[in-house]
Design a protein around this ligand. Structure first.
Ligand code: AMP
Length: 132
């Protein structure tokens, strides 16, 4: 993270590295302990379909290692963040022909419900703005 830049309070916690919590559902998917509809496997990331899709394409791209949110990931493993974005774009190119939205809900009030970094890749229909 650049000098002087700090995450907002309560976000990016564990940005110096964080142990994997026992109850993290996305860690369990990454470890193959619970099933998921996998789309792509990358060196540092895994992409699978969202259980509750909000668009014809709704894929989650996660890191294999646990990071609480995108701020923690940016601070500790920016290469993994770059790979996550590239994998998301490749999935969108395959499935939507290009246009897509990549969303990182960050913090409970912003809609984050799973505290393991994930980018939502959404596409395949017109997407309204602003989001709800
Ligand atoms: P967020 O609310 O941004 O943290 O997004 C979490 C997303 O994970 C939601 O869209 C859920 O539908 C999705 N989700 C939760 N559990 C699973 C699972 N086991 N497999 C696939 N998607 C899941």
């Amino acid at each position: 993270m650049p000098d002087g830049v700090r995450p907002p309070d309560g976000l990016g916690e564990g940005w110096a590295g964080m142990a994997e919590p026992d109850d993290c559902v996305f860690c369990k998917i990454a470890a193959g302990q619970i099933p998921a509809q996998v789309v792509t496997r990358g060196e540092r990331v895994l992409a699978f379909r969202d259980l509750n899709p909000q668009a014809p394409t709704h894929v989650l791209v996660i890191t294999r290692e646990h990071h609480r949110d995108v701020l923690a990931l940016a601070a500790t493993d920016p290469q993994a963040l770059a790979e996550l974005v590239q994998v998301g774009a490749a999935i969108a190119a395959d499935e939507t022909g290009g246009p897509f939205r990549l969303v990182f809900n960050t913090g409970a009030a912003a809609g984050q419900s799973v505290f393991h970094v994930h980018g939502h890749v959404l596409g395949g229909r017109d997407l309204g703005w602003p989001p709800g």
